[in-house]
Design a protein around this ligand. Structure first.
Ligand SMILES: [Zn+2]
Ligand SMILES: [Zn+2]
Length: 366
């Protein structure tokens, strides 16, 4: 038996052995012991409860939030530093069900799945309104930088057959973009400026193109802007070389962009968005900003121009299903932004590659 098979039969046995004394099955998992210190070590495979499912992780994307956590800039109640959080913050995963708790009804061994990563109280005003991403009790389901991850049945979504794992693992970021785009009420004859040529900017580009709106991509990495071109951007602006205002005005008959997506959030992002947006236009603050950033906005700009400024955080469950449907019909291929694939043992290199912007999107395959 190969090592992985051996471990998998241990996973099944360990489930059967719930309630008995020792737990022997082990897996490889990454841990962030303290900021900037990540190790890959053996960890106990968690025991399943009745409505829980064990998934073998096939691929897990590295998200900006993983890097923030790695750098100590962000903490999660559910993911402390140290050895208590196997697979730490990895949430952009796709995998295969290897074992199910006794009360699980909707998935079975062999099903390919992705996680819906949010859990919430289900009772508050926001949960009642279907906006569980705003719930004060919101928690995330993490743990994808490991061979196995345990997840409640209700947080699993089955992957349609023809979707490659490299696309499926990016369901969550794609869903987040869809949630942001939803707030902008885009129409096919709109022009959308996307500020930020990182992985999320490039995902936004693909989705906005799908709606039919024209896209102006603004960034400052030649390689990424080259990809934006290939993905069908109508205009690409390298803001290191040219001030975006004039070309954006030229491309929109002097009106400005109907909508602006902030896929990056540095100090100037919002003031740039306000310069580029047309009257009656919409801005979505998609990217999180450094906690110390403050912006000052002249209220008259919003008042007289009738601007709408929106935010978006995470995604709703329905956005995950939409994302998978778009992948199934090949309308969107999130994997086009993947430039680097690392084995789990090299997760530190993967984090570095993203951090130093060598990679556009790096994924890890345990
Ligand atoms: Zn993410
Ligand atoms: Zn709630």
């Amino acid at each position: 038996m190969k090592n992985r098979e051996k471990r998998e039969s241990a996973v099944r046995l360990s489930y059967i052995a719930i309630g008995t004394t020792k737990y022997s099955a082990v897996m490889k998992a990454a841990f962030v012991l303290s900021p900037h210190k990540v190790v890959v070590e053996d960890a106990a495979i968690p025991v399943l409860g009745g409505r829980e499912v064990m998934v073998r992780v096939e691929a897990c994307g590295i998200c900006a939030s993983d890097i923030k956590f790695f750098n100590g800039l962000k903490s999660y109640r559910e993911t402390p530093f140290g050895r208590d959080s196997p697979g730490f913050t990895g949430h952009e995963w796709a995998g295969v069900v290897v074992s199910t708790g006794q009360d699980v009804k909707t998935v079975r061994e062999g099903d390919r799945v992705v996680p819906y990563i949010v859990t919430s109280c289900g009772l508050c005003k926001y949960c009642r309104e279907g906006r569980e991403n705003l719930c004060a009790e919101k928690r995330y389901i993490h743990g994808g930088f490991a061979e196995y991850v345990k997840i409640p049945e209700q947080n699993l979504i089955r992957i349609p057959e023809n979707i490659r794992v490299e696309d499926a693992c990016l369901t969550e970021p794609t869903a987040c973009c869809l949630h942001a785009i939803e707030q902008l009420n885009l129409k096919p004859d709109d022009t959308v400026a996307i500020i930020g040529d990182g992985p999320m900017g490039l995902l936004h580009l693909q989705l906005v193109r799908k709606i039919g709106s024209r896209v102006i991509m603004i960034g400052h990495h030649e390689e990424r802007l080259g990809i934006a071109n290939k993905l069908g951007a109508d205009l690409v602006i390298n803001s290191l070389k040219v001030e975006p205002f004039e070309p954006v005005m030229e491309a929109t008959d002097g009106y400005g962009a109907d909508a602006v997506i902030l896929a990056i959030n540095n100090k100037d992002a919002m003031s740039n968005a306000l310069k580029l947006v047309s009257k009656g236009g919409r801005i979505n603050i998609f990217a999180g900003a450094h906690p110390d950033y403050e912006i000052s906005v002249n209220p008259n700009k919003i008042h007289y121009s009738e601007l709408t400024i929106t935010g978006s955080a995470d995604a709703l469950r329905k956005n995950y299903h939409e994302a998978l449907r778009l992948m199934k019909s090949e309308a969107v291929k999130p994997s086009t932004i993947i430039t680097h694939i690392f084995p789990l043992e090299k997760i530190e290199e993967a984090l570095e590659a993203m951090q130093k912007r060598v990679a556009i999107k790096a994924i890890v395959k345990p």
